[in-house]
Ligand binder design. Sequence first.
Ligand SMILES: Nc1ncnc2c1ncn2[C@@H]1O[C@H](COP(=O)(O)OP(=O)(O)O)[C@@H](O)[C@H]1O
Ligand SMILES: [Mg+2]
Length: 234
Amino acid sequence: MNLIELHDICKTFYLGEVVLPVLKGITLSIAKGEMVALTGASGSGKSTLMNTLGCLDRPTSGTYSLDGEEVSRLSNDARALMRNHKMGFVFQSFNLLPRTKALGQVMMPLLYGGTHVSQKAAKQRAAAMLERVGLNDRMDHQPSQLSGGQQQRVALARALINHPPLLLADEPTGNLDSQTTREVLGLFKQLNEQDGITILIVTHDPKVAASCKRVIRMADGLIEADELNGGGPS
Ligand SMILES: Nc1ncnc2c1ncn2[C@@H]1O[C@H](COP(=O)(O)OP(=O)(O)O)[C@@H](O)[C@H]1O
Ligand SMILES: [Mg+2]
């Protein structure tokens, strides 16, 4: 079954007199369990597409069905619920709270996501998730006491604490060196293969794209290529 089905998605920005068509008719399906790279030149519309998929932004026209539910016309509240339950986000900038320990960062969505989890249960789940991303010995560290790769792992643990079926990552390795990129990528692959999380990664890095089974390339608001990799080097 397809987790994501987009049909003829258009997104146009209106800036005063200026009409800026950014997505020009994207039709795309992503099945449960896929790990997909989204590539393309800067300005081709990758982040706009991710924002649409992430229910952060509404398309101007077209339909978007997520896990069997048509989301493009849901209310803002319903879309916020979709975001909380169906997807996790990671970005190039890790977006961690500056003076909060790793454990606290990962607990946050449980305590404020409307999921009614006790403090104790939240702590246990956050600790287990930090262990899952290899940070069992860094739970009490603040972001400034962690390397870039470790910070991205904390962000990843936070994104996945509610067990969403979909992980959306916009340039997640953009601020990481090549060794750390490999480590974080290995973790993505592990989560994809072992936990079956569907992952969509926006990336400029050919090595990151090569390690995804499927690569979608955008150009000027359209899909220019949609290809399967042999698996690639890891
Ligand atoms: N909120 C916005 N308002 C107006 N224009 C935007 C907005 N977001 C993105 N754009 C424009 O849409 C185009 C595609 O941007 P983006 O999706 O960020 O591309 P990419 O992520 O591929 O670099 C760019 O020309 C950008 O200036
Ligand atoms: Mg972008």
